[in-house]
Design a protein around this ligand. Structure first.
Ligand code: G1P
Length: 311
């Protein structure tokens, strides 16, 4: 019998060092880097809230205080905006503090994603919960988390989000061995490998940063030894759960995601994300897009791209 407790809480690991964005992330958490004018982490919290999860636990670490400040009230700033009668900006400031019920716990030592998730145990208790990784942003129009919660409600166990990639990209992700079910976008996960080599990879379906975990994951994480990179891996704990009977909180399903995902964890993808988001903003796009077109044209012309015989 599937455990029918509802998913109500979201866990957002945000304790990473963000070394890929140094020096920007020396004193600023990578989660606070803006995508246009909102920090990346706010989009992630908005996604959780949109899926009905307004209780959000963030796993933070040293130098992450500004994340807490961002989701808190900012009285001095609010007063200054109020005095100026700037309601639009005042609303923007309120948006993040009114969004969700935020909780924080620190991951004392950087021992991996699995360890970070285990830090949520006391807050989450014996309920299924969602995990949202900040580096992956899912387009607000693509209701991935809703779908994952629906699958968990029906099947119990844990649910991961999967995306198909070129085989040469598999080694950067967790990768799943999958079996079809009678639903086109739902698979059974029979095995998982964290960052496999191309030869080890059981498929080219990778885990993107959205999970619904059965609370049984906590006991498993406690016994999971350090894996890839010497860190305690959530993927390894889910691998154990894939092999555990449903009556003991086991069973792992995958939802195949074919929508829009933005990977803000590396510089190139981050830049693409900012440009894409700006191109859809009614307040920016009318000026930004003509500028972008002209910029590319002039850039290409001065670099000899696009001339006769050129691509
Ligand atoms: C983590 C997970 C990995 C997953 C990835 C998604 O890796 O360990 O299984 O595929 O997130 O972004 P990280 O990117 O933290 O190394």
């Amino acid at each position: 019998m599937a455990d029918t407790s509802r998913v109500l809480k979201a866990v957002v690991p945000a304790a990473g060092l963000g070394t890929r964005f140094l020096p920007a992330t020396k004193a600023t958490p990578k989660e606070m880097l803006p995508v246009v004018d909102k920090p990346a982490i706010q989009y992630v919290v908005e996604e959780a809230v949109d899926a009905g999860l307004s209780d959000v636990l963030m796993i933070t670490g040293r130098s992450k205080r500004s994340i807490e400040d961002h989701f808190d009230r900012a009285y001095e700033l609010e007063e200054a905006l109020r005095a100026k009668g700037d309601d639009e900006r005042l609303n923007a400031v309120h948006e993040s503090s009114d969004l969700a019920v935020m909780h924080y716990v620190r991951q004392g030592e950087p021992r991996g994603l699995g360890h970070a998730v285990h830090c949520a145990r006391q807050h989450v208790g014996n309920e299924p919960f969602a995990v949202l990784l900040g580096d992956d942003m899912i387009d607000a129009r693509d209701k991935l988390l809703h779908r994952m919660i629906e699958v968990r409600d029906r099947h119990g166990g844990s649910v991961i989000a999967l995306m198909e990639v070129e085989p040469d990209q598999v080694s950067s992700y967790g990768c799943a061995a999958i079996e079809a079910t009678d639903e086109d976008d739902v698979v059974r996960v029979s095995d998982l490998v964290e960052k496999p080599s191309a030869e080890e990879a059981p498929s080219n379906w990778i885990i993107i940063g959205r999970y619904i975990c059965d609370p049984a994951v906590f006991d498993v994480l406690e016994k999971t030894p350090p894996g890839r990179g010497g860190e305690i891996q959530l993927t390894d704990a889910l691998r154990t759960l894939a092999d555990t009977p449903a009556g003991q909180g086991g069973g792992v399903y995958g939802v195949k995601f074919r929508g829009r995902r933005y990977d803000t964890g590396n510089k190139l993808e981050y830049l693409r994300t900012v440009v894409q988001f700006a191109s859809e903003r009614p307040d920016l796009a009318p000026e930004f897009m003509p500028w972008l077109r002209q910029f590319v044209r002039e850039h290409d012309a001065s670099n000899g791209v696009g001339g006769p015989g050129q691509p």
